[in-house]
Design a protein around this ligand. Structure first.
Ligand SMILES: Cc1ncc(COP(=O)(O)O)c(C=O)c1O
Length: 409
């Protein structure tokens, strides 16, 4: 059992001082990092500064071009460093879903090939898979990950066996989340990737909820594609994401959308760059890149990836225990959280005073926001509320949420 005491008073004082860099956390209790993170002042300043800078040095001038190339290189290097991989493995995108689409469409699908998904994937991913089915006549299989939501990442065998059991001779790719967006379950990705590679099946990962939460060494994990956004747990601006492609599969996969960013300057065109840029298309908002690097550097000024992950787990366990202690609340997972996502629902049966849940979770989330300035997400499947606990979260935030939930129904 983890108690609030593990998170010492002095640490909580430090986090309060550190949090003053994030204007959105002032006078607000923020539990929506799984939707979008909050920007620090320095990142906000850099966005405005860089838009002005481009105007000042001359739009489309040689100087602006050189500045953009330097921004691009520095940003890829900063991302790659976080995952201990080469910048050549990184493709810059706009968000997680674009990266997942690049992975899904990179395969030379043939009629009758199979794609395996978990039953916990995000609607955007299911939409992509369905388009592949329509276009190429592939089959989509689902494995019942939800049924394992009470196993911890340490019981990795159950989940790996489940994936392996659902592989068929024509399965060419498995696509799954590293952390499930609805339950917060962490998947044993390295073991899954190894099992799939042994069977010549590609592994594509939706990493929307894991980047900025888990300590990550992507070459070591060995997944073939790892797609993420930076605007959630990394607290970078909206509109910037990236995709890691394992260098060993680079020659086997092809982009669908292409453009000048993927080309070398040699003629005759096309001659492709042999790095992640091959999967990029054209102009993007370079003025945001510095803010992303600042977001990463700011996180790194508060301990290591491992230390931040430990704090997230400790805090989410505190929240999970306090919610479970309320008579009318059930947490969706029966085991202590291993990520920052804590989903819970109101259970009228355990509190005789409540005859039924009077309001939808969407209405409860709206009420929490309008009356208490508590920002939390309502989910449809499972029907519940989801609190995202970040290393920036404080014990006071948790106590406030729990005290309001206690009296809300
Ligand atoms: C697991 C998962 N996948 C994909 C997405 C979509 O992310 P993006 O808007 O970066 O494409 C989300 C967003 O909440 C998510 O939680």
């Amino acid at each position: 059992m983890i108690s609030s005491a593990v998170l010492s008073d002095s640490l909580e004082r430090d986090i309060f001082a550190y949090r003053s860099q994030f204007p959105a956390l002032k006078d607000r209790t923020y539990f929506n990092y799984g939707g979008q993170g909050v920007l620090c002042e320095a990142a906000l300043d850099a966005i405005a500064k860089n838009f002005r800078h481009i105007e000042a040095i001359g739009c489309f001038s040689n100087a602006a071009g050189e500045w953009m190339i330097a921004e691009y290189d520095a940003t890829k290097a900063a991302i790659a460093q976080e995952f201990q991989v080469s910048p050549n493995t990184i493709t810059l995108t706009e968000n997680t879903t674009v990266g997942c689409n690049i992975a899904l469409w990179a395969v030379d699908w043939q009629r009758g090939d199979r794609l395996l998904l978990s039953d916990c994937e995000h609607p955007g991913i299911i939409a992509g898979a369905t388009q592949l089915q329509k276009r190429f006549g592939i089959e989509i299989d689902y494995f019942p990950l939800t049924s394992t939501c009470n196993s911890s990442v340490r019981d990795s065998e159950t989940v790996v066996e489940l994936v392996v059991q659902h592989l068929q001779p024509k399965t060419r790719m498995v696509m799954l989340s590293h952390i499930c967006w609805n339950t917060g379950q962490v998947l044993p990705l390295k073991a899954i990737a190894t099992a799939c590679r042994d069977r010549h099946v590609l592994v594509a990962v939706d990493a929307a909820q894991s980047v900025g939460v888990l300590p990550l060494n992507l070459d070591d994990i060995g997944a073939d594609f790892y797609a993420f956004t930076t605007h959630k747990w990394w607290c970078a601006p909206l509109g910037l994401g990236a995709l890691y492609i394992r260098s060993e599969i680079f020659d086997q996969v092809e982009p669908v959308f292409v453009g000048w960013r993927g080309l070398t300057s040699k003629t005759p065109i096309p001659q492709w760059r042999q790095d992640g840029a091959k999967f990029e298309v054209a102009s993007s908002t370079y003025a945001l890149y510095e803010a992303m690097r600042i977001a990463i550097a700011t996180a790194n000024s508060w301990g290591t990836q491992q230390q931040r992950y430990e704090r997230i787990c400790q805090l989410s366990q505190v929240l999970w225990q306090k919610l479970n202690a309320l008579p009318h609340i059930d947490c969706v997972r029966q085991v202590a959280p291993e990520s920052g996502l804590v989903s819970f629902r109101i259970n009228p049966k355990t509190n005789p005073k409540i005859k039924s849940v009077q309001k939808s979770y969407g209405a409860i989330a709206k009420q929490l926001e309008s009356e208490h300035q508590i920002l939390i997400r309502a989910l449809a499947d499972p029907d519940c509320l989801r609190a995202s606990v970040h290393y920036l979260t404080s014990i006071a935030d948790i106590d406030r949420l729990v005290s309001i939930i206690e009296i809300l129904v």
